[in-house]
Write a protein that binds this ligand. Sequence first.
Ligand SMILES: N[C@@H](CCC(=O)N[C@@H](CS)C(=O)NCC(=O)O)C(=O)O
Length: 455
Amino acid sequence: MDAVGMANRRRGGTTAKTWARVDAPAWTALDEATRGAFVKDPEESDARANERAFDASPGTTPRIKLYRDAASWCPYSQKIWMQLEEKRVPYTLERINMRCYGSKPKSFTSKVPSGALPVIELDGRVITESSVIADVIESEFTEHKSLLPYAPGSAEMRRAQTLMRLERALFSRWMQWITSSWSDASAQSMYCETLDAVDAELGAGGGPYFMGAEFTLVDIAYTPFLERMAASILYYKGLKIEGNGGRWPNLDKWFAAMAQRKVYRGIKSDYYTNAHDLPPQLGGCAENGDNVQARDAIDGVNGVDWRLPLGPLNESSMEPWWGVDDPALARMEAARRVIENHVNVTRFAARGCGTPGSPGYSAPLSDPNAKPGEEHIPAVDAALRLVVHAMIKPEITDAAAAPAVSRGESHAVAPTVASLEYLRDRIGVPRDMSYPAARQLRAYLNWMIDALVAV
Ligand SMILES: N[C@@H](CCC(=O)N[C@@H](CS)C(=O)NCC(=O)O)C(=O)O
């Protein structure tokens, strides 16, 4: 069954229905209404930037070219990305697909036959393996802040090395548990005991970071994996690690401190993206049955979490948010992301009523060769304009307000719904926008989907 057929079946049959709305504002009007309403802090990392000059004089060519994965899924790329940003080492960027969601250009595989990411070119020299790259960056850019400022053989250096080994031990316990349902209880207790050790080390060092008050490469080594563990263990095993509030208090202090770092704010993913990007990379993740409630909340299929009105984001949210919750700003971020790229976003969404691509790729949410349903693009465009308009004027979504759409002859409902669902399920954090913005856009898309289904 194709995407439209699936949508019909789920929605109880929308094939024959058509919708109309004559007053969806034009993109130019939406642009004017939101210009300057969201300005990203330049000190925050920007997943969409192709070059970072930092404090370099204009016209200077960065010594480093970073190759990282296009969807911001790869944890090893995330480490190098964070390191360069934290040190403010200028770099240019080339995005390369991971095999599970696309092909790699010959220009890359001819330099790196294994195809593995991350890679840097330093003054034209190709360097692979994230741990080697991290060491090279530290030793080559000594005029920048050191992220491992300890003398070889010192007690601090030995502690840093011990903590790095503990990270690998935690990683392998996570892999054992998350990729298998075999012996779930014992895999859980082995994982949790290792996390106890991590929490104790954070406490012993005085926190909030692994080496105490100072943020170091040790934190960078842990970050992508603690982030992915928090998402995946809740989603597949039903256990809350971040914001647990009890068993791992020092870990919560670490998550809170990390969230204050501007670099990490622009690099952090969300639970939904991580829960769905891991299986294609790992060959599958195993649910244990205790996860159903959390899984449905993260996927936004429980009728609450991706629905208006959205609840507040805070430290005890299902997905903890350790910073300020500013829904109006989050809506503006989401609106600007759609407005600035509306032609591509509309065509992308319309793949939901188009044809699947060939060749396909193993990541279920990725289909780079899919073709949009061309004849439905005007409908998808109009629906997206209504979604953005509602994010600008949220009172439109109040229960007492007039319906967003009416029955009419203009557009078929089913393909529009399939397209909005397609887009909703593929908003990637941080690739497309921040988590608070993605959360708003997902909920406003659902508001529109419900309105379409109800005509
Ligand atoms: N040991 C390597 C591991 C790198 C790695 O596993 N990279 C994965 C992505 S997370 C990769 O490039 N896989 C090939 C692909 O999926 O295209 C490192 O630390 O750099």
